[in-house]
Ligand binder design. Structure first.
Ligand SMILES: *[C@@H]1O[C@H](CO)[C@@H](O)[C@H](O)[C@H]1NC(C)=O
Ligand SMILES: *[C@@H]1O[C@H](CO)[C@@H](O)[C@H](O)[C@H]1NC(C)=O
Length: 244
């Protein structure tokens, strides 16, 4: 089929695929995250110490459910502590938008390629497309901003230097508490960047879908049935695909 040949050709292929890839990157980097920090509690009585206390956490960042045991530097006694905060709402919101964004762009690409006529019927396809694209742009902006804020809170709550302040043994001057290492943030920083890139991608595509609706021509149908006209508009046809 000629349309599919064109579709696969050259850089346009990238434009069709990119919204799906960007959505996958966004939810894989955030939803697939797991991190660890490690602290040491060096008691005045060395035998009570634990110099390597590992604390693991992961998506969806319900940190107040992350428990760990630390020595109290009083014989063998240990205390059970929890990290502070629940950042699941912003993380889950972000991942949900990414998943639905991926599903919609996949569906839209299929409809666009295999059901062109249905898409154009009564201009309903472009209309729905326009509304959904506006909604997704907005959602990407909101969820990326919320998740950027959530991430900075997660970073503060899992900073090893802050975590040792929770431990009663560390409030005693003679015991030495310190950070061994903190979590790696590159994956989550990437997820925020991809969130904003998705926003830019979808917002930019509002214009292309707007053109599809034909509203800028005073509501007149933009795609007459004549084949020569269709040929002329093929460029717009492809430029519109990044929408998905
Ligand atoms: C250290 O441990 C010993 C034996 O467990 C105990 O007698 C002593 O009081 C401890 N010292 C401190 C400072 O807790
Ligand atoms: C130190 O803490 C870890 C948990 O992070 C635990 O697995 C380990 O057994 C502890 N070591 C000692 C000597 O208590």
């Amino acid at each position: 089929d000629a349309a599919i040949c064109k579709f696969v050709s050259g850089f346009r292929f990238v434009h069709v695929i990119s919204p799906q890839l960007f959505a996958i990157f966004a939810f894989a980097t955030c939803g697939g995250y797991s991190g660890q920090l490690r602290v040491s509690v060096d008691c005045i009585n060395k035998s009570d110490s634990n110099l390597s206390i590992g604390i693991n956490f992961a998506y969806p960042f319900r940190l107040n459910r992350v428990e760990f045991d630390v020595p109290m530097c009083e014989g063998r006694r240990q205390e059970r502590l929890y990290l502070i905060g629940d950042f699941s709402s912003s993380a889950e919101f972000f991942v949900t938008i990414a998943v639905f964004s991926f599903l919609y762009s996949l569906l839209a690409t299929v409809v666009y390629i295999f059901f062109q006529n249905k898409y154009r019927e009564n201009n309903r396809g472009p209309l729905i497309d326009f509304i959904v694209t506006v909604v997704f742009s907005f959602m990407w902006l909101v969820s990326s901003s919320a998740w950027a804020k959530g991430l900075s809170d997660v970073k503060a709550a899992t900073d090893p230097d802050e975590v040792v302040l929770l431990m009663s043994a560390c409030k005693v001057q003679t015991n030495k508490c310190s950070s061994v290492y903190g979590p790696r943030w590159s994956g989550l920083n990437t997820s925020v960047v991809f969130g904003y890139l998705n926003f830019v991608l979808w917002a930019g595509n509002i214009w292309f879908v707007f053109k599809e609706t034909g509203w800028h021509k005073g509501g007149a149908a933009r795609y007459p049935a004549s084949s020569s006209e269709k040929q002329g508009s093929s460029d717009v046809w492809f430029l519109t695909l990044p929408v998905y």
